[in-house]
Design a protein. Structure first.
Length: 203
């Protein structure tokens, strides 16, 4: 008979997000320290066994990890009533079985991708403005969006236009457009006079 290691049971509950297509599954375990966003199956197949398994289900569109929760965005043609409990069971079982959630090295890979983007961004005369915008987004906007199971990344600044990428529950969320225009755009225009508009880029 195998010796059983007494581990605290995996607790899991769901939280709604402002995006009707996305749900947060919050656990009492650290799933991934930091942010891991999987919108493409290829990226999930390479870096996240859990996201890859979830995305093999016909009703899962994208998977986003942040510390102790996973935000799952469903396909439009499914209702949460049909799939919410199935997904909850799937996530719970996966964690209990000790499966790999995100592979080692993903954060380094992610940092390199961001660094490559930012290297071009923060040079030249617009570089200082871009850096200031990124700092404001990181300081004021990110914490608020993370509470809703999402994330926002500064992508680029060019000729008065700020490009951002929405992740997790914020990606494709109807209310994120309002947040983007009324909240973020308003704040950045006040604090950085050069800013004329904030535009969401699809990652």
């Amino acid at each position: 008979m195998e010796a059983t290691i007494s581990k605290s049971p995996v607790m899991l509950y769901t939280e709604e997000t402002p995006n009707p297509e996305a749900l947060k599954y919050v656990t009492n375990r650290m799933l991934y320290r930091g942010i891991a966003d999987f919108k493409e199956k290829d990226l999930a197949a390479e870096w996240s066994p859990m996201a890859n398994s979830l995305m093999e289900l016909p009703y899962v569109k994208s998977v986003y990890f942040n510390n102790n929760y996973v935000t799952i965005t469903k396909e439009f043609n499914y209702e949460w009533a049909e799939i919410m409990l199935r997904l909850k069971e799937f996530v719970k079982t996966f964690i209990e079985n000790g499966g790999d959630i995100v592979k080692e090295g993903f954060s380094e890979y992610n940092e390199k991708v961001l660094a490559d983007q930012n290297a071009t961004q923060f040079s030249g005369e617009e570089g200082d403005i871009a850096r200031k915008i990124k700092e404001l987004i990181d300081m004021y906007v990110k914490p608020a969006v993370e509470g809703d199971g999402g994330n926002i990344e500064f992508k680029a600044y060019e000729k008065g236009i700020v490009y951002v990428v929405m992740q997790g529950s914020c990606s494709g969320c109807p209310s994120s457009t309002v947040t983007l225009k009324s909240g973020i755009e308003g704040m950045l225009k006040r604090m950085v006079p050069e800013v004329q508009e904030v535009v969401q880029e699809m990652a």
